[in-house]
Design a protein around this ligand. Sequence first.
Ligand code: AIR
Length: 180
Amino acid sequence: MTLRVAIVMGSSSDEPTMRIASETLLGLGIESETRVLSAHRTPHALREWVETLEPRGIRVVICGAGGAAHLAGAVAALTILPVIGVPLVAPNAIGGGIDALLSTVQMPRGVPVATVALGEPGAANAGILAAQMLAIEDAELAGRLRTMREGMAATVREAVASRPGAPRPAPEGPPKVRVR
Ligand code: AIR
């Protein structure tokens, strides 16, 4: 099977968070490859790896880094594959991770990085977003994503319904009142 998603992180200390991206992908039936490479500590190895991605059939790259989080930007500079950036909370993070968030999101015009939320929710969303990109040309995967969304909505409905004295939740569906 050709791997379609590659995940790279700046340090092995990012692994517990970035594992959520690969686990989310696996839950949707997508295997991925994972590397630890740093834009600052191993720039040459990073470039060499990025240059292999397109020829090997990789379609989306997920990059997670904390602090001066230039990894996603450095990867995006080297490929036209879509790059998803996950800002992470480094041990010495400033402002709870705002350093990594701004380093990842503030790319110059012309070299985009699709930046997701900070930390674990971002890692999960990176996996889902990569799957959504692949689902443009994969109807089975699109079906699994729809099922996942329905499962989320059901979980919310059940949580609301199980609260003591909770009113009956409105059924899912189009709004009955026209929204202007
Ligand atoms: N990092 C590694 N190279 C460049 C950057 N920005 C990040 C890692 C990690 C943080 O620095 O992605 O989130 C701390 O890494 P370490 O190895 O010191 O634990």
